[in-house]
Design a protein around this ligand. Sequence first.
Ligand SMILES: Nc1ncnc2c1ncn2[C@@H]1O[C@H](COP(=O)(O)OP(=O)(O)OP(=O)(O)O)[C@@H](O)[C@H]1O
Length: 580
Amino acid sequence: MVLAALLIVGNALGIIVVPLLGGKIIDVVINQGHTDQLPWMLAVMMGTTVARTLMRYLYQILFERVGQNTLYDVRKDLFNKLQTLDFNFFNTVRTGDIMARMTGDMDAIRHFVSWVSYNVIECVLWFFTAVVVMSTISWPLMLALVAVTPIIGVLTIMMSNSAHPVFFQIRQSFARLNSMVEENISGNRVVKAFTREPYEIQKFDKLNNEYKQKNMDSAAVSRRYLPILDFLASMLTVVALLLGGYFVINGSMTLGDLVAFNGFLWMLNQPMRMSGWLINDIQRFSAATIKIRQMLGAKSAIPVADAAHYEHIKGTVEFRHVNFEYADDPTQPVLHDINFKVTPGQTMGILGETGSGKSTLMNLITRFYDPTTGEVLIDGKNAKQYPVRQLRDQVTIVMQDQFLFSDTIEDNINYGNREANPHFIRDMASVADADNFIEEMPDGYDTVVGERGVGLSGGQKQRISLTRALVKDPSILILDDTTSALDMETEAKIQKELRRITKDKTTFIIATRISSIRQADQIIVLKKGRIIERGTHEELLALHGYYYDTYEKQLGALGVSPAPHPAHHDNRTGEAITNG
Ligand SMILES: Nc1ncnc2c1ncn2[C@@H]1O[C@H](COP(=O)(O)OP(=O)(O)OP(=O)(O)O)[C@@H](O)[C@H]1O
């Protein structure tokens, strides 16, 4: 950029040669008849023009390069930043917003660095070079022209002030439009299932119209100021000719000087004309960077840190008086006074109605969130003391809403463990009962899934996600409703295999079906964020509480006669709840 700026200065200095020599040709060659002077004057004029063209060409390339490099860096920084941000950020910022930052806003930056910046430097240099050189030719004439400068200054400030909010609104409107389209595409199945296409079109039209309107508002700001700036710039020529002509007639200025003076006029005109457009572009750039800077400056409550030393986690998990509420809804406590301890080799089942806080509880083990109060201990050490990457390397969660990348099945499976050997991958796929159906796919493990590839059923996705977690070979395995889409027979088969390979691991299973957790070493029942029952399957049945009722209903649904109804059905609180 420094080199490019030096070339601009060289170019601006070169500019003064042609008009100055033009004036000399009139006075010395034409009026005084020194034709012998003409060849060197023409040679210098041509030489400087060629040099200037070359310089301009060079600095334009340099600025383009700087612009593209800047864009590359900002885009990279932004993407890297996104990788460090936590769930709280993604809970509150829409995907479309982020996409708008990564695309449209980026273009405003590139345009600014590779075009606007050198035009601003050029204009400023031209303007001041012209003022200096023209003053040496005729300072009274220059003074008359410069008198309009304050008016232009005031106009550009006014324009700048009115353009900024409009450009900010344009960027916001663009982000809204982007978010809407992104949601429409992600949710296209829901749209079609509910035949809401006309509603979606209407919603899009509204946002599209709003975006158009904001752009029209910005054009209206330009329309208000640009003609005035244009008029003032044109008036300079008129004033220069009138006043200059008068000076030539009364003999205080030569004709050659007036021609030279006139030759410099565009160097005053052009910056004035351009100022309006440049102000527009600068404001567009500034609006785009505000949001990008906000995102680059976003703080993560749980920074993703690497570990200096690898520490093996054995898998004891203990919750001590854990309370939690989400940052975006702090008035709504989600977990209350949670206490439990699970040791390596044990499995804990978690049952509870929807929204009772089961997934939230698990998210505290992986440190997607930290408890508001209380402690989560892993191998006796507060989870907060583990560098996040080290922790997540050994605590793997199979989330409720599985996501597969549009990549091969194999690359999806070894996503968390790129070094996994193919035999281990196939073994784990067998545990998850995925091996058979994967082998039957067109290209087996090399079949591409996702948008461009074949579709997968809910149960197949669940089994691939489970395989992905198993291939990571974690010390703590969390299955959040992982087998809900499978039939009970397949589930039972997977569970048997899982028990075999998780002998030294700590396993958490969130489930809605009792069959999924009945063999667990401990089971907790959550209700509105509290543990209301705990124990083994048999102990919980004996309690005749929520667990018992759920079991009864599920057996009933399967056509199996429920256990005899207890005489004292109300014993669902008390000792057993606080037990353990
Ligand atoms: N990002 C969030 N911000 C605010 N509240 C949230 C957020 N995520 C979940 N909640 C609330 O926290 C509570 C517990 O949610 P959670 O997902 O842990 O329940 P769950 O027991 O896993 O439910 P399900 O069985 O339906 O998956 C719910 O009331 C939910 O509305």
